[in-house]
Every structure is written in structure tokens, then in C-alpha cells.
Design a protein around this ligand. Structure first.
Ligand code: HEC
Ligand code: HEC
Length: 409
């Protein structure tokens, strides 16, 4: 499906059209994609677009932000890797995690612990699967330095931009002397990336959004899928992936509560680091982050950080049907399989974990953290699948309405 963002409700900013073209195909090495009519005054958004798509910035060259966050891949994509986790700029640099969508990431609240109605504290917000960055600005420096992503340094990035075809544009926006101070210039790199993502990646232009605005009705299978998605006795997906189709406002349906769960996703044995049977990605407990410090109010409820190990942040399901891999470890490459997992995790665990059917991607001491209260994860094995194959199909059909750039046929 080709995505267009023209129906955005936001004012179309200059630079956006170039940005959109470049999101569809990685625009190379800062190459000249200007020259649409008379060049307007550049701004941080247009500079951010050039950086986001500049494949010259990685070491070796060839990998840009867009390589792992492409519109045609639901703003994810793993740089072409098919094993569920991202391939970096070096031919053998496979990372630990599946690229998250960066669509709508500008709307994620900062990381915190929030008290639920039952008195328990839940982790909420923060960017990345483990919440280790609070803002798009803070996140944007990570991929450059990460040896398994763009494998470069602040200085190299700034020097390459200073020598690029958009160096003058950068100076016009951020000041003639900006390149004289590497860390000041790098701060502009991350703020431009953040502004670009905020300006272009929250268009609310899906079929679902058009339905919420009252512009159209969903098809019969889509509406059936939505009902199953919302039904607490069926998918109960909306019990976590929050939505409000009746509010008239698309932003009331972010399809995530931004909270953290251990859902018991099976181990992805194709991840190189998983070759070590003693290695586990524990999300909030690392290894990609230092575990968060629990505030006193949280400790007072009798929990410790151990209660949060294995938890990952729930992503938005907007644009999910376009993504090539799902969940933090990219175990699934098929959306039907994801829904089958939800429906049968408890009734057919051997199918997902093999052996004795024990969840296989967490050490035994953390298995109790796996969610078993919220439906459909509360089911007894004897109750069987929560959904029939036809119902699974309908839920997938509904999720396809969440892709941006919908155009009436
Ligand atoms: C090699 C692939 C790759 C490249 C290149 C890459 N990313 Fe990512 N991106 C990922 C992965 C993997 C994650 C999840 C990482 C984690 O949770 O540890 C991610 C997560 C994100 C998120 C968090 C989304 C959310 O909802 O929390 C944002 C935003 C993002 N990337 C933006 C960028 C920007 C900006 C660049 C360029 C500077 C970039 N990425 C380059 C793979 C990549
Ligand atoms: C208990 C809360 C909860 C419920 C209920 C729930 N989800 Fe999720 N969902 C999550 C969390 C947390 C993740 C991320 C898990 C991970 O990667 O470890 C997730 C991830 C996903 C993903 C992968 C998204 C991506 O970008 O990789 C899909 C698809 C999904 N859920 C669909 C559904 C559907 C369909 C249902 C209903 C059948 C559902 N979810 C019910 C919490 C929930």
C-alpha cells in the first residue's frame, strides 16, 4: 500500500512534500531533492527531513533513520533484515530488537509510574521498548552512536552535515557559525529530527480516523473486527490498546495506554545474542537500559524492580498492518499469527513455547510477571482459543484500517 499524507488536518508545511517523497524511498546521501518551485525559507522540519533520510551519516555509509523507519513499512522496517531485529550499517550488525514504529511517537508521555484504580503502580510512557528516552530529542542521539545501528560519533555526523549539500540550509536555520561548535550543532541535529517527526508523523489519515470523523463507515468485516477488538469477552484488545471511536476525535484513539507488560512473547532464536541460553532481554530491567529507580510511593506498595523485569512498552497499533515484524523481539512476521498467539497462549502453550509449554524468553524467577489478569490472558487452558479463525481474520481486517494515507477507492 502506498501512503500519502496529503489529507492531514495539519497545515501543510513547506518541506513536507519533499519529506513525504523521501519517506517512501530512502533519499540518498543528502542528495538534492529541493527545487520544487521557488525554494522557500528552510526550517527545522525541512532540515530534519534531510538528516532523517541521509544515508551518508552512518559508518560505513548506507544507513539512515528511514532505513529502519519507512512509511511503506509502517514506519519500522529493520533495514531489510528478515529475522525480526534491525540490521545496522555494518553487514553483520544485527541488533537486539525489532525497530518500533516512529509514527505518533511525539505523543508518548515521559516515563513515570502511575497508580492504577486497584492501587498498584504501573510503568508508563517513555520512548523505545524499554522507555529509556523521554522525548524525541533525547531518543534521536541514540541511533547514531549505537554500534549496531549507525555506528558513528557526534563529531562525524556534524562534520558530514557540514560537508553535505544541505550544509547551507542547516546554517540558514541554525546560524552561520553553528558548525564551529560540535555539541551545539549536534543538539540542532537531534532537535531538527524531533521537529520533523512531530510535524509529519502524526497525520491521523487512516480509514479508521475518517470513520471517527464521521466521513465514512467501515465495511462489514472491518466493523465486525472492531467489535471483536473491543469486546472484553473476545479480543479485549482495546482493554490495553485504548481507543474511543465515538468521540469524534482521532487523537482519542492512540491504540496504546503507553504502559508496560510482560506478555510472554516466545523467544526469537534467530537473534544473535540469544545464542547464549543465559542471555535474556528483560526490557525495563535491561540490558539496554539501567533499571528505573522506583519512587518511594511505589516501593511502599511492596514491589521491587524484579516485579517489572520482562516488561516492554505497548506500541501504538496505528500503521501496524504495514510492519514486517511484530513485538519487541520481532518473533512474529505475520499479523494473523500475533492474534492467534493472543487467542491461544493459555490454551495451547506448547505451540508457542515447545517442550513443556513454559514461556521461554524469561528466566524462571520472572515468569510470574507475565500478564495473566487481563483478558484474553486470563483464560484457563480448558477454555480453548478466545477467537475462531474467522474472528482472527476480522480483527486483522480491522487493524488494516489503522494505516495512514487512506484514500477512498
Ligand atoms: C538500524 C535500524 C535503526 C536505525 C538506523 C534507526 N532506528 Fe529508530 N529504532 C530502531 C529500533 C530497533 C528501535 C527500538 C530500540 C529499543 O527499544 O531498544 C527504534 C526506536 C525508535 C524510536 C522510538 C519509537 C517509540 O515509539 O518509542 C524512534 C522515535 C526512532 N527509533 C527514531 C529514529 C531516528 C530519528 C533515527 C535516526 C537518527 C533512527 N530511529 C534510526 C531501529 C533503528
Ligand atoms: C494486557 C495488555 C494487552 C492486551 C489485552 C493486548 N495487547 Fe497487544 N500488546 C501489548 C504489549 C505490552 C505489546 C508489546 C509486547 C512486546 O513486544 O513485548 C503489544 C503488542 C502488540 C502488537 C505488536 C505491535 C508492534 O508494533 O510490534 C500487536 C499487533 C498487538 N499487540 C495486537 C493486539 C491485539 C489484536 C489484541 C487483542 C487480541 C491485543 N494486542 C491485546 C499489550 C496488550
Amino acid at each position: 500500500m502506498v501512503l500519502h499524507f496529503i489529507q492531514t488536518s495539519r497545515p501543510v508545511r513547506h518541506g513536507l512534500m519533499v519529506a513525504l517523497t523521501c519517506l517512501l524511498v530512502a533519499c540518498g546521501g543528502g542528495g538534492g531533492s529541493e527545487g520544487v518551485a521557488a525554494a522557500p525559507e528552510p526550517d527545522a522540519v525541512s532540515v530534519g527531513q534531510r538528516i532523517f533520510t541521509d544515508t551518508n551519516l552512518s559508518s560505513p555509509a548506507g544507513t539512515a533513520c528511514v532505513s529502519c523507519h519507512a512509511a511503506s513499512q509502517g514506519f519500522a522496517g529493520n533495514n531489510g533484515s528478515t529475522i525480526g531485529v534491525a540490521l545496522g550499517s555494518k553487514s553483520d550488525s544485527l541488533g537486539l530488537r525489532n525497530a518500533m514504529t516512529n509514527s505518533y511517537s511525539g505523543l508518548i508521555p515521559p516515563f513515570s509510574f502511575i497508580q492504577a484504580a486497584d492501587g498498584k503502580f504501573e510503568a508508563e510512557g517513555g520512548l523505545l521498548w524499554d522507555g529509556r528516552a523521554d522525548t524525541l530529542e533525547a531518543q534521536a542521539s541514540g541511533p547514531f552512536a549505537h554500534p549496531l545501528e549507525m555506528n558513528t560519533t557526534e563529531k562525524e555526523v556534524v562534520d558530514k552535515i557540514a560537508g553535505s549539500r544541505y550544509a547551507d540550509m542547516f546554517k540558514r536555520v541554525f546560524g552561520a557559525q553553528i558548525f564551529a561548535d560540535t555539541s551545539a550543532a549536534f543538539a540542532k541535529v537531534t532537535s531538527a529530527l524531533a521537529e520533523f517527526q512531530r510535524a509529519t508523523l502524526q497525520p491521523f489519515s487512516s480509514k479508521y480516523d475518517a470513520m471517527v470523523r464521521g466521513e465514512l463507515s467501515l465495511s462489514v468485516p472491518e466493523a465486525r473486527g472492531m467489535a471483536l477488538f473491543m469486546d472484553p469477552a473476545k479480543g479485549n484488545c482495546a482493554g490495553c490498546h485504548l481507543m474511543n471511536p465515538g468521540s469524534g476525535k482521532p487523537a482519542d484513539s492512540m491504540f496504546t495506554e503507553f504502559t508496560y507488560y510482560a506478555t510472554g512473547v516466545p523467544r526469537n532464536t534467530a537473534i544473535p545474542m540469544n545464542a547464549d541460553p543465559a542471555f535474556y532481554d528483560l526490557g525495563l530491567c535491561g540490558p539496554a537500559r539501567t533499571p528505573p529507580v522506583l519512587p518511594k510511593a511505589v516501593l511502599d506498595t511492596g514491589v521491587t524492580i524484579d516485579n517489572f523485569c520482562g516488561m516492554f512498552r505497548m506500541p501504538t497499533l496505528r500503521n501496524v498492518a504495514e510492519r514486517p515484524a511484530f513485538m519487541h523481539n520481532g518473533f512474529f512476521n505475520n499479523l494473523h499469527e500475533v492474534v492467534r498467539f493472543y487467542a491461544t497462549r493459555n490454551s495451547d502453550p506448547v505451540r508457542w513455547y515447545g517442550g513443556a509449554g513454559t514461556p521461554n524468553d524469561l528466566p524462571a524467577k520472572y515468569l510470574a510477571n507475565i500478564e495473566s489478569v487481563k483478558a484474553p490472558f486470563d483464560r484457563l487452558a480448558s477454555q480453548g482459543s478466545a477467537l475462531t479463525e474467522r474472528e482472527i481474520d476480522d480483527i486483522v481486517t480491522f487493524m488494516r484500517t489503522l494505516s495512514d494515507g487512506y484514500k477512498a477507492p
